[in-house]
Design a protein. Structure first.
Length: 676
């Protein structure tokens, strides 16, 4: 009895649900058939086999809604009023409209409008366009983002070593970024691709390519413009990667022709591995000295640089630097090791170093002589009246960073030329630079920007005496008083300033570390105009029979360091080479300038070969003299290696690395792998 009763109630419940499926399939009570689910709803959408048949009843003026699930027709219809029917029609039209828009923007759907994107396809109706490109449809699909950021940054540092007015700083923070990817298409044959990102690591990360592909019977098979490649399956002539220009593929009968007119934005290098070591060739143009990293500590060391190296490998300098402090502009917003400084160009000098252009007639006070008579000319604070103690007595405001500029300018000093006042200068750690204790120059780990200041204080012994230039941070000058230092680099780039000569222009970087004397080779070459081939000597003149490596004082010794030239580069650590950092150092201040000028015996030869602009002008201005820029440093070096070989390059295109062993070309990912 109970079983039959439950079975009867079960059938009644099923009939009730089938007669009112809106409770099961999500229909609103008001008759609306909107299938959009509300938040928190547990109803399900209408199944695909559910159908609704609506019949108008003219007698009652209502609508009879019959429901059919599959082949089952529910006998009891639902009755809608006219308002309910209108609401249902409105909901249907609204749903259809938004579904069509959603389908048009959905690139993953099956709707023919899926690829319309933000900008719909354009039907031009131009027959000529259709004949050339296969279709007259124009499609542009942009993707990406644009961002503009504006704000402010407030910083409060409670550091007693910083003046109170400098402890609170406020700066605007403004930034913008554009990341864009555009794909365009005209017909079936022409495609355009553009990638642009303002924060790309390298300029060549932004790519553009226009690709036209012809039909089977066309002469023009393919045209590519923008970023292109030219791979060649030949060991005799290798292809090139990262090209920018025009590439065309044409067919004339059975003859295929590929032409390229482009600019190469990459370079090819080869590395040889022999006996477990990597042998790398290098070629450096004479104008590529390492700028803004190497500085003489004073004009004295520059003047005596070549003299002290005359008896190489012995350095005859009487100087031994014992202590150095290096100060630079605080570009990193560091909060430690900061001091206010005033740096003078002529501090410690025994004479005033005038500008190259004497017609400037610069104003200034008489600062020479000082309280010390220095016969040897060694740099020293007491050499002139810029001695910090004497200067503080004469101009008290020099110790106050807020008054230093005003007081110094009022007595005739030229700001940014004869002195620089700098608030919150940062002291470099000893591991951030290197000092040559005998030759008197420093090498920074990182190059300075053009607007950065470089100032130093140093102490050394010479001829049994101790000398000092500038003030050290522990000399008793307490903050916020300024330190008085020696200026090596100002914020103003003026080649007429004596500080321009303090930057060394005779050191070249090989982009290698831990060089080995074994298998190191370097030569100095001159590009001969007549043959177009670099040669190791000058084509004419009194030096035509002398190797340039000897003219540049890089060949004065044999392999046993005896004073007999042997035509081979003299590998002398700390003099001609810095093997730890991979630097080539000329033992002359201006190898292609004054050094060459002294050794040529005719004015005609000097005018032809001497590259003076490389040293008395900016490098960019010197590079404009292409008739003089013909000196080349070429050679090779060997460094230790194991199962891994460093390619020494960045942004290597995929597939551009080729490896051969014993004359056989190896297969990538089978015989070797490349970590790009």
């Amino acid at each position: 009895m109970t079983h039959n009763l439950l079975k009867t109630y079960g059938w009644l419940l099923l009939v009730a649900l089938l007669s009112s499926p809106q409770q099961l399939f999500g229909q609103n009570d008001g008759g609306s058939t909107d299938t959009t689910q509300t938040s928190g709803s547990i109803t399900l959408p209408e199944p695909s086999n559910f159908q609704r048949e609506i019949i108008y009843d003219p007698i009652s003026g209502n609508y009879l809604v019959y429901k059919r699930i599959g082949d089952l027709l529910l006998p009891v219809p639902e009755v809608w009023t006219t308002d309910q029917y209108r609401q249902w029609m409105y909901d249907q039209a609204e749903n259809d409209y938004f579904n069509s828009k959603s389908t048009a923007f959905n690139a993953s759907g099956d709707d023919p409008r899926d690829n319309a994107g933000l900008i719909p396809q354009i039907q031009t109706g131009n027959e000529a366009l259709g004949q050339v490109f296969g279709s007259d449809l124009v499609e542009i699909r942009p993707q990406g983002m644009a961002e503009i950021r504006f704000g402010g940054k407030y910083q409060y540092v409670e550091n007693p070593g910083i003046p109170v007015r400098n402890q609170k700083t406020f700066a605007f923070d403004f930034g913008q970024r554009i990341q864009m990817n555009v794909k365009g298409k005209i017909g079936d044959r022409l495609e355009l691709g553009v990638n642009y990102d303002t924060e790309a690591t390298f300029a060549f990360d932004n790519k553009m390519k226009l690709d036209f592909e012809g039909e089977e019977d066309d002469i023009v098979k393919r045209l590519e413009m923008g970023n292109i490649n030219l791979p060649l399956n030949s060991s005799l002539i290798t292809g090139a990667q990262s090209l920018f220009g025009l590439k065309g593929q044409f067919q004339f009968g059975n003859t295929m022709v590929t032409t390229v007119f482009s600019e190469q934005r990459s370079q090819s290098e080869s590395i040889n591995v022999q006996g477990g070591g990597t042998t790398t060739e290098f070629m450096i143009q004479g104008d590529q000295y390492e700028a803004n990293r190497h500085y003489f500590l004073s004009q004295f060391f520059r003047s005596h640089y070549e003299e002290y190296l005359q008896d190489m490998p012995l350095i005859t300098s009487p100087v031994q630097i014992t202590k150095v402090e290096v100060w630079v502009t605080n570009e990193r917003s560091s909060t430690v090791n900061l001091r206010n400084i005033v740096a003078f160009m002529d501090l410690g000098a025994d004479k005033r170093y005038a500008y190259r252009n004497d017609s400037l007639n610069l104003p200034g006070i008489s600062i020479f002589p000082g309280s010390n008579t220095n016969i040897e000319g060694f740099p020293n604070n007491a050499n002139n009246q810029l001695d910090p103690l004497a200067l503080e007595s004469a101009i008290p405001g020099v110790r106050d960073i807020s008054l230093a500029n005003q007081d110094l300018s009022s007595v005739g000093f030229l700001e940014a030329k004869e002195y620089v006042e700098l608030a919150n200068a940062r002291k470099l750690e000893p591991n951030q630079y290197n000092v040559h204790p005998q030759l008197g120059y420093i090498t920074l780990n990182q190059s300075l920007n053009q607007d950065e200041v470089l100032a130093v204080a140093f102490q050394y012994t010479a001829a049994g005496r101790t000398y000092q230039v500038g003030e050290f941070s522990n000399d008793g000058v307490t903050p916020p008083k300024t330190l008085i230092l020696k200026l090596l680099k100002s914020t103003v780039l003026d080649v007429r300033m004596p500080t321009w000569d303090l930057m060394m222009k005779n050191i070249y970087a090989l982009n290698a570390y831990q060089l080995d004397r074994e298998d190191f080779y370097m030569d100095i070459l001159y590009m001969n105009d007549e043959t177009g081939v670099p040669i190791p000597f000058l084509p004419d003149g009194n030096l035509s029979d002398t190797l340039l490596i000897g003219v540049m004082e890089l060949d004065k010794l044999n392999t046993n360091n005896d004073p007999f030239p042997d035509g081979i580069f003299d590998f002398v650590q700390g003099v001609t080479i810095d093997k730890q950092r991979g630097k080539v150092i000329f033992p002359v201040v201006e190898p292609f300038g004054s050094n060459l000028e002294r050794k040529l015996d005719t004015e005609q030869a000097r005018n032809k070969y001497v590259y003076s602009a490389l040293y008395d002008s900016t490098r960019f201005r010197a590079q404009e003299q292409t008739q003089k820029n013909k000196f080349i440093l070429r050679g090779q070096y060997k460094s230790a290696s194991g199962s891994e070989i460093s390619l020494g390059a960045f942004n290597i295109p995929q597939g551009s690395v080729s490896v051969t062993a014993g004359g056989r070309t190896l297969v990538e990912n089978q015989d070797y792998t490349v970590d790009y």
